[in-house]
Design a protein around this ligand. Structure first.
Ligand code: FCB
Length: 417
């Protein structure tokens, strides 16, 4: 028998973005990477994605080098007011976005007051619209001067990050309550230094370990700065959590799951346990285990080729209960250019959230990834995660049907299980 579940009073229903992926006009370490690697990424795309059942849909776009250069992206830097009107149109009450370090401190130690004003203006506009901001301090991009000093592997990184946080808090500290210091620090460290795929493409386990150490120290320092400024500030990170799912309950499979959780899901949250007020959960997929890793049934795949299984969100949420902290889902979504899967995904994901709440997880918000179609890092523009479709040639925005469904559920604040 189905039953109606109410989301908690004051639950946040929102959407998220990051500066580099939508603003356009960047000059940071990623733009440098894009120019140096666009040709190669376009050339290699077929070999990397031929296994993907959706490949034929994207072949045309994905094999063109310009697809891998963020360029004007969504031109959100100039269009944020119009974009915020869409948030209002959808009735969402929260918006996650990130500040672009390379705009705020383009030259070491020199702060760009206009860039601070710009973000202050964005925050004021959101306030007028009763939309609560969740502000990410760092979503992976670095000013080039800092990248040249070793970026996140520099022993000075925590110092630079603390100073950056100080500057932010003195400009924007009164306009933001929810702060996310780092986005998926483990993902960026591993892609840059274990896989060698992202800038600075240095495959080196020692650098990887150091990057993690420096990011942990940087987070803790930023946490202190934000709390000293205002002890009511709510501070956390956006943590990439995988639902490691045992298909058959054998001792060996449980052991594999234990190891995977120990390696991926737990270390960061353990190391910052005294420096976080909430857990920001970024969750996209489960990972099935049967005899070994990577045994996903893969019945349906998203455009990215990730297994489609919205229900794994419940597992991710219930596994986070042990930390006894409020949870905000800071990212969850699906790459789906046709918007067919997303229309199925949104209600199923929200049901999975409701089940997590029923199971005792203290979930207080859901920020869908993403608000707009955007620049998906080394995959370029062909993966479409947006509630809102963006035509990158004309910059026209079109609200997708799935966004309307999301709006409807978020207005009712209830879902049928
Ligand atoms: C996450 C990133 C986000 C976006 C989504 C698809 O890992 O935080 O910027 O790329 O994946």
């Amino acid at each position: 028998m189905s039953k109606l579940i109410n989301f908690p009073e004051n639950f946040y229903f929102g959407a998220g973005t990051s500066s580099h992926q939508i603003e356009g006009g960047q000059t940071n370490n990623w733009t440098r990477f894009e120019h140096a690697n666009a040709e190669r990424l376009a050339r290699e795309s077929e070999a990397s994605f031929r296994w993907n059942p959706h490949w034929s849909k994207f072949k045309e776009e994905a094999t063109h080098p310009e697809n891998y250069i963020s360029g004007a992206a969504c031109d959100h830097w100039n269009r944020y007011e119009e974009d915020f009107d869409i948030l209002t149109d959808l009735g969402l009450n929260a918006y996650r976005f990130s500040l672009e370090w390379s705009r705020l401190e383009p030259v070491e130690g020199q702060w760009d007051e206009d860039a601070f004003k710009h973000y202050q203006d964005m925050l004021s506009k959101l306030k007028e619209k009763n939309i609560t901001p969740f502000v990410t301090l760092w979503h992976w991009t670095l000013p080039t001067w800092l990248a040249d000093k070793g970026g996140i592997t520099s022993s000075d990184f925590p110092y630079y990050f603390e100073r950056y946080t100080q500057a932010i808090v003195s400009h924007l500290g009164n306009s933001v309550h929810f702060w996310i210091t780092l986005n998926e620090p483990d993902v960026v460290a591993s892609h840059s230094y274990l896989l060698g795929a992202w800038p600075p493409q240095k495959k080196n386990i020692f650098r990887y370990l150091k990057a993690n150490r420096m990011l942990i120290a940087a987070h803790k320092r930023a946490y202190e700065v934000l709390k000293v400024y205002d002890r009511n500030h709510q501070v956390g990170i956006a943590k990439h959590q995988v639902a490691f799912h045992v298909l058959r309950p054998t001792l060996w499979n449980h052991f594999l799951k234990f190891m995977a959780d120990q390696f991926w899901n737990r270390p960061w949250l353990r190391k910052i346990k005294n420096h976080q007020d909430f857990i920001g959960l970024n969750h996209y997929h489960r990972h099935c285990i049967d005899g070994w890793y990577g045994k996903n049934p893969n019945l349906i795949q998203t455009d990215f080729g990730w297994e489609y299984y919205p229900e794994s969100l419940t597992q991710a949420l219930t596994e986070l209960k042990t930390y006894k902290l409020p949870i905000y889902i800071t990212e969850n979504g699906v790459a789906d250019a046709d918007d067919k899967l997303r229309q199925d995904f949104i209600p199923r994901a929200l049901k999975a959230v409701a089940r997590g709440i029923e199971a005792g997880a203290d979930v207080r918000g859901y920020l869908h990834w993403s608000f707009l179609d955007n620049f998906e890092w080394d995959k370029g523009f062909w993966l479409r995660f947006g509630l809102v479709q963006v035509d990158f040639k004309t910059q026209a925005r079109t609200i997708r049907q799935s966004a309307r469904m999301y709006a409807e559920i978020s207005q009712k604040k209830q879902i049928e299980l």
